[in-house]
Structures are given as structure tokens and as C-alpha cells.
Design a protein around this ligand. Structure first.
Ligand code: CP
Length: 329
């Protein structure tokens, strides 16, 4: 079975700033998170240039291996690799020999035999990326683009980057995460990252059926009343209902859900006047967020997408730099 639970308590900060793999925020030191966010700032300048390309990863090959659908993560990883002058190959599950019974491990060994430098993997099974990393040789990095409900580290990094763009730092902020937290790999990674960056208060707002079962693992306040949860917040983050990971009926209806947990402009009015509204996407208008709030100037949802390119460039650059190259063959 592929499974790798997040450790409840991150290792003490050793000051180590680099990592070969990007599997879960909890595996990293706060110094690594901060180093990636700092590097992403300079890459954001690159992606804003008329010629959006630097030669940092020229001669390297990235493989996007997506066993689940994606728009933002897959495209921004592909763009990030291209901006760094790497060669990129993208495959979805339907295009791989997994369809013909090949195991994930055999797929890994075949890609290694082709000299791939980085595999960016999205998989429905929690622990799939860690499983690949455990079996990978020294010349390859594994980047987790989302595994089950476990982790989505680069989404958490780009969310923190976006918060820091608007609020300068995470320390001292009051942040609310609203929606289907139980099934959310984004929330699990983001809670770890916000904690490392010393968020002042983290509120989790969801019906009981959508709260994480391992609530005690996080430094966060569970709440059930949305108006109370967003009051005085600096940042409000909405999450969609992840129906693909629900194994039983957890809600009466989407209409009823929107009535109690759908974010609206009326909720934003309860937050701080300069509050920002975020969403990792894809958004479901009229379910977890009202359409006019998603389009509000205080909603930074599309900025999150843009920042994803710079942050993923920083992750790819760091992982490749941390590889210990051993001659192959
Ligand atoms: N936020 C996110 O992971 O979006 P995609 O599923 O489109 O990649």
C-alpha cells in the first residue's frame, strides 16, 4: 500500500535551506520554505519580462506525470520548466503504460533509464510521491503535485508567496480556511507552511463532516460559524468540495452548503478592510464562493495562479541543485 502520513511535529529547524525532493511541507525545514519563497521573488521578475527565459536548467529534462486532472498545476509546472530552459514532457494517466498494467515503480525506473532529471507527479493515492522518492536513484528529483488528500506542497508555497506579496509577512496575521478541509491536500500543506511562517491565528471553518479527523495535529481553531470565522481576518481562503475524494454523503445539498458555508461579499465585509480572498482553484461559483466575490478586487485568485509559475521555478531550481550527480550507465 502507498501511504505516508504527515509527521505531526516537524523536525527542529536545522537551518538547512535545500532539498532534492519536494514531497510535503512537513518534510522541510522552515529555512527551506523561506529560501524557496525568497528565490521565487526574483523569478517573478523573470516571468514579467518580455523574454521570459533564463538558462538555469538548460540541458535538464522535466517530466509532468499526472494521474489526476489538472489545469493550474500542470500548466504552471510546464511553464516554470520552460522559463528555466529545461526540456519538458507531459503525460496524463490515459497516455501512460499504467493503462496496460505497468506499475508506478516500473514507470519510475523506465523514466530514470531515459535520463529524466525531475518527475512532477500527481496521483490519487496519498504517499505516491514519497513512494517514488524512496525508490528513486540519486540523479532524479520527485516533486509532489498533489497526492490524494495528503499534500500539495507547491500550492501551499504559492499561497504563502501571495499572502506575503500583499501583507509583507505571514507572522502576525489572522487567516481563515473555509470549506472542505477534511479532503484537502492543499489545506494540510498550507496549515504546515503557515505554522512555519509563524501565523498568529489560524481558523478552520467547516461543517463537522468536513473537518479533518486529525485536527489535534494542527495549531488551529476549529469553528463552525462562517461569520464568526471571517470576522477580523487578514486572509480568507475558500476550498471547494472535493467530491472525488468523498466516499459517503456528507452534505444535504450544495444549495444548503452555500447557505451556511458559501463565502459572499457580506462575509468579506466582516473581515479587515484590507483582507484578501484566496482560492487554490478550481472554483465552483455559487457552491463554496459567490461569483461576484470571486471577481472582487480583493480576491487574488488569479494572482495565485501567476505566482505559481515563479514559485514552481524556485522549487525546480532548488531540487535540481540539490541532486548529487552520479554517472549513469
Ligand atoms: N489548485 C490546483 O491544484 O489546481 P489544478 O487541479 O487545476 O492543478
Amino acid at each position: 500500500m502507498i501511504h505516508s502520513p504527515e509527521p505531526n511535529t516537524p523536525e527542529p529547524d536545522s537551518g538547512k535551506q535545500t532539498a532534492r525532493h519536494c514531497l510535503a511541507i512537513a518534510d522541510w525545514q522552515p529555512a527551506t520554505v523561506r529560501a524557496v519563497l525568497e528565490q521565487a521573488r526574483s523569478f517573478l521578475e523573470v516571468v514579467g519580462r518580455p523574454v521570459k527565459k533564463i538558462p538555469l536548467l538548460r540541458g535538464k529534462t522535466m517530466m509532468n506525470l499526472f494521474f489526476e486532472p489538472s489545469t493550474r498545476t500542470r500548466v504552471t509546472f510546464e511553464l516554470a520548466a520552460k522559463r528555466l530552459s529545461a526540456d519538458v514532457i507531459s503525460l496524463s494517466a490515459q497516455e501512460t503504460s499504467a493503462q496496460k498494467g505497468e506499475s508506478l515503480l516500473d514507470t519510475l525506473h523506465n523514466l530514470e533509464a531515459m535520463g529524466i532529471d525531475v518527475i512532477i507527479v500527481r496521483h490519487r493515492l496519498s504517499g505516491a510521491a514519497a513512494f517514488l522518492a524512496q525508490h528513486a536513484g540519486p540523479n532524479i528529483s520527485i516533486v509532489n503535485a498533489g497526492d490524494g488528500s495528503h499534500a500539495h506542497p507547491t500550492q501551499a508555497l504559492l499561497d504563502c508567496f501571495t499572502i506575503m506579496q500583499h501583507k509583507r509577512q505571514v507572522a502576525g496575521l489572522v487567516v481563515a480556511i473555509v470549506g472542505d478541509i477534511r479532503h484537502s491536500r492543499v489545506a494540510r500543506s498550507l496549515m504546515r507552511a503557515l505554522d512555519m511562517l509563524e501565523v498568529a491565528e489560524l481558523r478552520l471553518c467547516a461543517p463537522k463532516t468536513l473537518m479533518p479527523t486529525e485536527l489535534g495535529a494542527y495549531r488551529a481553531h476549529p469553528m463552525h460559524d462562517l461569520a464568526e470565522a471571517v470576522s477580523g481576518c487578514d486572509v480568507v481562503i475558500a476550498l471547494r468540495l472535493q467530491k472525488e475524494r468523498m466516499t459517503q454523503a456528507l452534505l444535504p445539498s450544495e444549495q444548503e452548503y452555500f447557505r451556511y458555508y458559501g463565502l459572499t461579499r457580506a462575509h468579506l465585509a466582516l473581515a479587515r478592510p484590507d483582507a484578501i480572498v484566496m482560492h487554490p482553484g478550481p472554483i465552483n461559483r455559487g457552491v463554496e464562493i459567490a461569483g461576484d466575490l470571486a471577481d472582487d478586487p480583493q480576491a487574488v485568485i488569479l494572482q495565485q495562479v501567476t505566482n505559481g509559475i515563479a514559485v514552481r521555478m524556485a522549487v525546480l531550481a532548488m531540487c535540481v541543485a540539490a541532486q548529487k550527480k552520479v554517472p549513469s550507465g
